[in-house]
Design a protein around this ligand. Structure first.
Ligand code: THU
Length: 157
């Protein structure tokens, strides 16, 4: 028998069919992508984190000529939120990725390192983080980002 991992998600066929609160958070991520510093990859990612109290923190990828010194949009947004509001849970994280090479937005999922950070913030707050993954053709909503990283690293209890 083949084992399969099934990730629960909802697909919306268009941005306009989304509820207003999701649309507005995705718009923040799209705007943030326009401020990304991505001269090396030309891949401009924006992320917007909405906290339980409604505050929104945005981030975008910050690259560097010493490549590993750069950071993904998701972690820039999450760390900014956590630096300023360490005790307020992040509830939703929207991600928008624009490839300047083909001048289009593409649906992008968080990299492994970002998944690890998301997993820890979820564990710390006790609330699952919902992901909103944007593309012009469809929006994918993943209700519990923890599903993206089974067996996330943690210190043995
Ligand atoms: N990047 C992100 O910002 N988020 C991701 O989830 C994956 C990749 C950035 C890192 C780098 O600046 C560029 O996209 C190409 O990998």
């Amino acid at each position: 028998m083949t084992e399969q991992t099934i990730i629960c998600h909802i697909r919306y066929s268009s941005f306009e069919s989304l509820p207003e609160s999701e649309q507005s958070l995705i718009s923040c991520a799209i705007e943030a992508s326009k401020r990304a510093y991505a001269p090396y990859s030309q891949f401009h990612v924006g992320a917007a984190a909405r906290l339980q109290n409604g505050q929104i923190f945005t981030g975008n990828n910050q690259e560097n000529v010493a490549y590993p010194s750069g950071l993904c949009a998701e972690r820039v947004a999450l760390f900014a939120a956590h630096a300023q509001c360490p005790n307020i849970p992040v509830m939703t994280l929207a991600i928008a990725a624009y490839n300047a090479k083909d001048s289009q937005f593409h649906l992008a999922t968080p990299c492994g390192a970002c998944r690890q950070v998301i997993a820890e913030f979820q564990k710390q707050s006790g609330f699952p983080i919902t992901l909103l993954l944007y593309s012009p053709e469809k929006v994918v909503i993943i209700k519990d980002a923890g599903e993206l990283l089974p067996l996330a690293f943690d210190f043995p209890q």
